[in-house]
Design a protein. Structure first.
Length: 340
C-alpha cells in the first residue's frame, strides 16, 4: 500500500517540544513503515523519519519567522495532490485539518482525514461538503460532530516505552500544555495554592496577554515554577515526578496527549469533566473527573493514594502506539475496499 502522509508544517516531525499533531504523525508514520507500508511523509525538510520525506520548506513556520505560513501551507498541500493526480499513491492520509479537503475532489485517490478537533464552528461547512466523498476518523467519541459520518474513532497512541514510573514521585502538582485560557493554567495555580503544594508549569506560551495577567505574577521559582517548552527527552521525568497532573480545561478537549502520557508514567490526572476526559480517565482508578475548583482541590489528596503501577498498566493497554497503528491499517483497508 502506497500512503501519502500529509503532516502540518507548523513544527518539525517529530516536534522538538510542542506539536501534538506532528507527534501523532511521526508515531503513526514510523509504525506504518515498520509494518511494510510504502509511506511518503509530506512534512518539513528537517523532519526525521524512516519514510520517504517530501518537503517544500526546510523548517516549520512556527520555528522560522521568515516564512509566510499561508504560502508555505498552500505549496505543501499542492505538492501532495499534484503527485496523487499522477497516480503515485493508493491513499492520502490528511492530518492537516480542513484545507486539504478542498483539493480532494480533484484527484481519484481516496483521502482519509483525521479530525483533530474543530478550532471553530466556521470550519464545519468544509467537512460537511466533503462528508460523502471523504473518510473521517475521530480521535474521541466526544469529538464526533453530529452532522458528519465517520469511518472510525481511533484514540491516539503514544510510545509507552518512552515513559516510566518515577522512583520518587509526588513532590509537586503539574500543569502541562499550552499557556492559553482554554487549558486551565490559572485554575491549576489556584488549586495548587489551596492545597499548599508547589506547581510546575510546562508548555509554550500561546496567549501572551493571558500569561502576563494570570500566570506570570505567580511565578516565584518555588511555589510556582515555569519550565517553558519541555522536550521529548524531558517529558517522562517531568510528568512522572508529579503527584498529579491538573488538566482543568476550559473547553471540550478532543483528546489530550499529556493526559495519557502522564498516565503512562503512573501519574494520576485530575481533570474537568469535559470533552474526551471521561473516555480517557477511569474515575477513581487512573484519576478523578471533577466539575468545580472545589472538587479539584478535594481530589488532590486521594490522587496521591491511587496505585501508580495500575495507572501505567491501564495506559499501556489502552493507548500504546501499536494499537493505534493497527486500527489505522484496518481503516485504510476499509476505505480502499469501499472505494474499490
Amino acid at each position: 500500500m502506497r500512503v501519502a502522509m500529509l503532516a502540518p508544517i507548523s513544527w518539525r516531525v517529530p516536534p522538538r517540544h510542542y506539536g501534538p499533531w506532528e507527534r501523532f504523525v511521526s508515531l503513526l508514520t514510523e509504525g506504518l513503515v515498520a509494518r511494510g507500508l510504502d509511506v511518503t511523509l509530506f512534512a518539513t525538510g528537517d523532519s526525521v523519519t524512516t519514510a520517504r520525506l517530501a518537503s517544500v520548506v526546510e523548517r516549520g513556520w512556527s520555528e522560522d519567522p521568515a516564512l509566510d505560513a499561508k504560502v508555505a501551507e498552500c505549496l505543501h498541500i499542492a505538492a501532495v495532490f499534484e503527485r496523487a493526480a499522477a497516480g503515485e499513491f493508493d491513499l492520502i492520509h490528511n492530518s492537516f485539518d480542513f484545507l486539504p479537503l478542498s483539493y480532494s475532489g480533484l484527484v481519484a485517490t481516496p483521502v482519509l482525514t483525521t479530525i483533530h478537533g474543530f478550532s471553530s464552528p466556521r470550519i464545519v461547512p468544509v467537512y460537511e461538503k466533503y462528508n460523502r466523498t471523504g473518510a473521517y476518523v475521530a480521535i474521541s467519541n466526544a469529538d464526533r460532530h453530529p452532522s458528519l459520518d465517520y469511518l472510525a474513532t481511533i484514540y491516539h497512541g503514544i510510545d509507552t516505552d518512552a515513559f516510566h514510573l518515577h522512583p520518587a514521585p509526588g513532590g509537586y502538582l503539574l500543569f502541562f500544555g499550552r499557556i492559553h485560557p482554554d487549558k486551565g493554567a490559572a485554575e491549576a495555580i489556584e488549586v495548587a495554592a489551596r492545597v499548599g503544594m508547589p506547581l510546575v508549569i510546562g508548555g509554550i506560551v500561546q496567549d501572551q496577554a493571558y500569561f502576563d495577567a494570570r500566570v506570570a505574577p505567580h511565578i516565584d521559582g518555588e511555589r510556582v515554577r515555569f519550565l517553558g517548552p519541555v522536550g521529548a527527552g524531558e517529558r517522562a521525568e517531568v510528568l512522572g515526578g508529579a503527584a498529579a497532573l491538573l488538566h482543568l480545561i476550559g473547553f471540550d478537549e478532543p483528546f489530550g496527549l499529556s493526559v495519557v502520557e502522564a498516565m503512562a508514567c503512573g501519574t494520576p490526572v485530575v481533570a474537568f469533566r469535559r470533552g474526551s476526559m471521561a473516555e480517557l480517565i477511569d474515575d477513581g482508578r487512573t484519576g478523578f473527573l471533577v466539575d468545580t475548583i472545589e472538587e479539584a482541590v478535594a481530589a488532590v489528596a486521594p490522587a496521591g493514594r491511587v496505585d501508580r503501577q495500575a495507572i501505567r498498566s491501564v495506559a499501556v493497554a489502552r493507548f500504546g502506539v501499536d494499537r493505534m497503528v493497527d486500527e489505522y491499517v484496518a481503516a485504510y483497508g476499509k476505505l480502499l475496499t469501499r472505494e474499490g
